[in-house]
Unconditional design. Structure first.
Length: 398
């Protein structure tokens, strides 16, 4: 197989991350990675670094909208030293009930994704926009999409369905979950060490938990959209539907149409809640820890609510799996916040989860369980882009 340069584009609600890989027989080499952050602000962040970690670009440009953000990326990667890609891989949260497998992007697939934007309204529009732009700016280069929802397509019906009238189920309203490519990458990295009963906590700005049996997702905390599940940086996680109705009625009079009120409700539950809402300070765990160290009670409550709900989900998934062999922490908080791992595991010794405080004092990949702990506890950074490259190469070859 010749050496294939592959561009990976991974868009979030306010960022575009990207990387360039070189794929050859069984070898994957990351050449560059970068990101544009702070879309919609006049001081964004734009950086690119090479494989050695040397910053080639490190700027704080105005990034008023997604066009400006994507132009920064494409202007940079279309010239030397970046190899012209032979294929482009995109990450998407969910493509709806008809698009459940990673696949080559066709006009029909794009139309279907567009019909389902309501299922991930904060993520899908920018991802679809970038797919269309990539086709235009790199003519003739095949584009592929990897769905987070693909990994969760193995969840049994009883766990994937919501108890709502059948007409909504028929429209495709069900649990799609998110972070699927991250979970798939953890399973991939564990390789032969993959245990039968695994719980992975992906704790980043978006946070979710998945129960995995023999490498397949059997339940996940996020639901139709990434707003459900455990508390995230700015999202409520699961709440009583009555709370949604209470807020809707509270704000309804201020908005002229039902849709405008629904948009505001979405802003409240998806952008102003979670760690940010409770701490009243920040959605970033680093800031919350700093204010907590200075005695901020709201930050204390944010951390307490966050770790409580995670313990509760681990208990639930222990029941789903009929026991547990391994617990994995990943994502920005999961990899770096040693105190969050201590707080979560502190209440779970009765499930065989025994953390070693000295081993826990790490950032990056490590085994952090105590000697003889019935459940092995590990920290494993996700390798989402590598997984996308693997799928792109597989799909190219087929
Ligand atoms: P996402 O991919 O969802 O944007 P990441 O997985 O990169 O997020 O995680 C970002 C979050 O990780 C930050 O918001 C912050 O809360 C947390 N984080 C990153 N580094 C640290 C650290 N050193 N200590 C504690 N939390 C951290």
């Amino acid at each position: 197989m010749p050496t294939l340069p592959v561009l990976v584009l991974n868009s979030g609600s306010s960022s575009i991350k990207f990387s360039v890989y070189e794929a050859s027989d069984g070898e994957r080499t990351k050449l560059f990675e970068g990101a544009v952050d702070g879309i919609g602000t006049d001081q964004g962040k734009f950086w690119i670094k090479d494989a050695a970690g040397t910053k080639l670009i490190d700027e704080t440009p105005a990034v008023p909208n997604r066009d400006a953000a994507f132009k920064l990326v494409t202007d940079a990667v279309s010239k030397s030293p970046f190899p012209y890609p032979v294929a482009i891989g995109h990450r998407m949260v969910a493509g709806g009930p008809k698009l459940l497998q990673h696949q080559r992007i066709t006009p029909e697939a794009l139309d279907e994704m567009e019909r389902r934007v309501a299922f991930a309204p904060l993520h899908s529009p920018i991802a679809i926009y970038i797919m269309r732009q990539a086709e235009r700016l790199f003519p003739g280069v095949p584009n592929f999409v990897c769905f987070d929802s693909a990994f969760h397509s193995t969840i049994p019906e009883a766990a994937a369905r919501f108890a709502i009238p059948e007409s909504y189920v028929e429209q495709g309203v069900r649990r799609y979950g998110a972070h699927g490519i991250s979970y798939e990458s953890i399973v991939y990295q564990l390789g032969r060490e993959l245990p039968s009963r695994l719980i992975v906590c992906h704790l980043g700005n978006g946070a979710s938990i998945t129960a995995i049996r023999d490498g397949r997702s059997v339940d996940t905390s996020m639901g139709l959209t990434p707003t459900g599940g455990i508390i995230s940086g700015t999202r409520t996680g699961d709440i009583d539907p009555g709370v949604m109705l209470y807020i809707l009625r509270d704000i309804a009079a201020e908005y002229p149409t039902t849709n405008a009120a629904a948009d505001q409700l979405e802003t409240i539950v998806a952008k102003k809640s979670g760690l940010l809402g409770v701490s009243r300070r920040s959605n970033d765990m680093r800031d919350i820890r700093e204010h907590l160290s200075r005695g901020c009670p709201h930050c204390g409550m944010a951390v307490a609510e966050f770790t409580y709900v995670i313990r509760k989900f681990i208990g639930a998934y222990h029941a789903v799996l009929g026991g547990l062999d391994m617990l994995v922490f990943t994502g920005g908080i999961g990899e770096n916040d040693t105190q969050t791992r201590i707080d979560i595991c502190a209440g779970l010794q009765h499930l065989g989860i025994q953390l070693d405080p000295a081993r826990n004092n790490v950032r990056g990949s490590a085994t952090i369980s105590a000697e003889g702990s019935p459940v092995e506890i590990r920290v494993i950074p996700p390798a989402e882009d590598l997984l996308i490259v693997n799928h792109v190469v597989r799909l190219l070859e087929s």
